[in-house]
Design a binder for this molecule. Structure first.
Ligand code: FE
Length: 133
């Protein structure tokens, strides 16, 4: 389990829904095409559903066809941590909120230009904030 120093495990359990806890704190995955944001197109920022840190901009969101919200870039270099994940018989790169250590999804090197990266993120790990303009 990722070390987290913003909340205790008991606090996370109290604050998050059971589904969010399973995904964010136990490295779970929501079923494809079931989450709130895979087909969401409003302009704004996607924040960590656990700690509120801004993680992705709608400007870098693209339709990957996977059924999970997908981005080609994190909001900035400090927002999202990446870590090798060798579970489930695969070697993948896990994406985590750098601030609170919560699990977001995985990163794959098959995304669109300009980065060629695909951040495949669980809707349950995100909370959308619409731009105020
Ligand atoms: Fe967080």
């Amino acid at each position: 389990m990722t070390v987290d120093n913003t909340r205790t495990d008991a606090q996370w359990r109290a604050e998050l829904s059971p589904e969010q806890y399973r995904i964010l704190r136990e490295h779970g995955t929501e079923p494809a095409f079931t989450g709130e944001y895979w087909d969401h197109h409003e302009v704004g920022e996607y924040c960590c559903a656990a700690c509120g840190e801004p993680l992705f901009s709608s400007r870098t969101k693209f339709d990957s066809g996977t059924g999970w919200p997908s981005f080609y870039q994190a909001l900035n270099a400090d927002a999202v941590a990446e870590k090798t994940d060798s579970t489930h018989g695969m070697v993948r790169v896990e994406a985590l909120c750098r601030r609170c250590g919560s699990h977001l999804g995985h990163v794959f090197p098959d995304g669109p230009a300009p980065t060629g990266m695909r951040y495949c993120i669980n809707s349950a790990s995100l909370r959308f904030q619409k731009n105020q303009d």
